[in-house]
Ligand binder design. Structure first.
Ligand code: FMN
Length: 165
């Protein structure tokens, strides 16, 4: 799959087949994530790949709006520390992660956010140090659905030179 096709066909997947994800594929997906751009090249992240079902079930109970955390074969928790630009840095890595999963024929979904009340609970659950801040959980697995969410048209979002016509 070429890069443009990958970008244009990626969709959030929330229903997964039981097929496990091979370790080398998962490592390659995180390898793509860690190559994302970062402010001053700080690369302030740690990726925790969670395959244990008991842990994913606990995450599904903690996080609102993501019961599929229990069903997806893998969840990658993205933590950052030590950069004032950690949200931007981590978000770039997460998008790489989503696209790399899609390029490998897998589905993925960005879950949660750093301002939500349970991020500290999840940090403690996963044994993170006090300065590690959870940016997102990303579920990964083989898709069992083909969603087609609405997207705003290019003509609705692109303006040339300035706002307005
Ligand atoms: C910061 C952020 C948080 C999100 N959190 C959730 C979530 O908790 N549960 C969920 O099902 N999807 C979540 N999503 C996925 C969005 O719902 C999804 O990207 C959006 O509906 C557009 O669909 P698409 O990714 O298929 O283009 C999140 C996405 C982002 C960027």
């Amino acid at each position: 799959m070429d890069a443009i096709t990958c970008l244009k066909t990626r969709r959030s997947i929330r229903a997964y087949a039981e097929t496990p994800v091979a370790q080398d594929i998962l490592e390659d997906i995180v390898d793509c994530a860690r190559l994302a751009p970062t402010a001053m090249n700080r690369q302030p992240w740690t990726f925790i790949a969670i395959r244990e079902q008991a842990t994913r079930q606990r995450l599904a109970a903690i996080v609102e709006h993501a019961p599929f955390l229990a069903q997806a074969p893998v969840c990658v928790a993205v933590f950052c520390a030590g950069s004032e630009f950690w949200v931007e840095d981590g978000s770039a890595a997460i998008e790489n992660l989503l696209l790399a999963a899609h390029a490998h024929g897998l589905g993925a979904c960005w879950v949660a956010g750093y301002q939500l009340p349970y991020t500290e609970t999840i940090r403690e659950l996963l044994g993170g140090p006090p300065d590690a801040r959870l940016l997102a959980l990303v579920t990964v697995g083989y898709a069992a659905e083909s969603p087609a969410p609405d997207k705003r048209a290019l003509a609705d979002v692109l303006r040339w030179e300035r706002f307005g016509k």
